[in-house]
Design a protein around this ligand. Structure first.
Ligand SMILES: Cc1ncc(COP(=O)(O)O)c(C=O)c1O
Length: 370
């Protein structure tokens, strides 16, 4: 990681320090409150649980510290994406989405944006720049894309989108602020599912929007306050705790993924593999240029649906589960979720288990299906 990422990591658990009075608890207190004591002039403090909450403030401060931008917290990644769409788009707008990104973002557009008069198109992540961005109010990028792990040049896309008069949104869920910094490359907005690595323990859904444009932050905050899709204080408290260990978990997960990807590509049961850290991967050069780490997701293909299921279910340190980024290693056959991938395509999310122990059971399970 860069020096600036290390310095953000070091100060992350100390952000509240300057505001502590003698005798205050050092860990964050959990404020479960729908109402506050508001006699007289009701300005300058918390009013009502849909508008504000001190536990949200603390988690937003941490996320803002990592993104180096104001952040607004949401109860899930999709709630954050919805806030961007419904807070910023109007009837007559057109948006561009990745054809190979997280499928629910496209479902949201198909099912709801269309009915509000917002048109949408899709394009593959790897060739996102082809065709230009004229006529798009908003371009949405997921890099690396989930689950195929293709990458686009965020800086080049930002320049082209801005020249065409649009806004660039980057879903940074697969990388976290420790792995990639889209706002520094010119993106207007970052959205992320903190459900994944930032919380890291697979017990909470959460999301955030980050932007250095105050009008965008105002729009998504007003959307949250008015539409009412607010994070629960307890969930915010858990994410706050998760964030305190994000850097160490992310470091372990990415380091293990690099070792495992190198070994997977030589295993006879693996027909093909995508991992941006492999020198021969089509994403590798771009990944080196714009990512601080190569991530913890590996996608690979085995001979058939049956073999993929047998591999996942036969491995004692892999949970068969959707989602990714938690301390447990999980895997999923993505065709099961409707992604346009072969039946034997597996997305592996490398967790925090010691890597040699993890590899020995992965190898044994692959040997069984080879
Ligand atoms: C890339 C990406 N973005 C957004 C989401 C949505 O997050 P959530 O499930 O917290 O709504 C996901 C969920 O898997 C995802 O993978």
């Amino acid at each position: 990681m860069t020096n600036s990422s290390n310095s953000r990591a070091a100060s992350l658990a100390h952000l509240r320090r300057s505001r502590l009075s003698v005798g205050d608890p050092i860990p964050l207190p959990l404020t479960m409150a729908a109402i506050y004591h508001t006699p007289g002039d009701a300005t300058g403090f918390d009013q009502y649980g849909r508008f504000s909450n001190p536990t949200w403030d603390a988690v937003e401060e941490m996320l803002g510290h990592l993104e180096e931008a104001p952040c607004v917290a949401f109860p899930s990644g999709m709630a954050a994406i919805s806030a961007v769409f419904f807070g910023l788009l109007k009837s007559g707008d057109r948006v561009l989405l990745p054809s190979d990104g997280y499928h629910t973002t496209r479902t949201l557009a198909e099912r709801f944006l269309s009915t509000f008069g917002v048109a949408w198109d899709v394009r593959p992540t790897a060739s996102l720049l082809d065709g230009g961005f004229d006529g798009y109010r908003l371009v949405f990028v997921e890099s690396p894309s989930n689950p195929t792990l293709d990458i686009c040049d965020i800086s080049a896309v930002a320049t082209a989108v801005h020249t065409a008069g649009g806004l660039l949104v980057v879903d940074n869920t697969t990388m976290t602020p420790f792995g990639q910094r889209p706002l520094d490359f010119g993106a207007d907005i970052v959205v992320a599912a903190d459900t994944k690595a930032p919380n890291g323990h697979s017990d909470v859904l959460f999301g955030h929007v980050a932007s250095r444009n105050p009008d965008i932050i105002t729009a998504v905050t007003e959307w949250r306050e008015t539409a009412g899709g607010i994070p629960g204080p307890f969930e915010a408290w858990l994410v706050h705790r998760g964030l305190e260990t994000l850097e160490i978990r992310f470091d372990r997960m990415c380091a293990s993924a690099e070792i495992i990807a190198l070994r997977l590509r030589n295993h006879p049961a693996v027909r093909s593999i995508r991992f941006p850290g492999l020198p021969e991967d089509p994403s590798h050069n771009l990944a080196r240029a714009q990512m601080e780490r190569f991530g913890f997701l590996i996608s690979f293909i085995v001979a058939s649906e049956e073999k993929a299921e047998d591999f996942i279910n036969g491995c004692e340190l892999i949970h068969a589960a959707t989602s990714f980024g938690g301390v447990h290693t999980v895997a999923e056959r993505r065709a099961k979720r409707g992604d346009a991938v072969p039946p034997g395509f597996i997305r592996l999310s490398v967790g925090c288990e010691p890597v040699e122990e993890l590899w020995s059971v992965i190898e044994a399970s692959l040997d069984r299906i080879a």
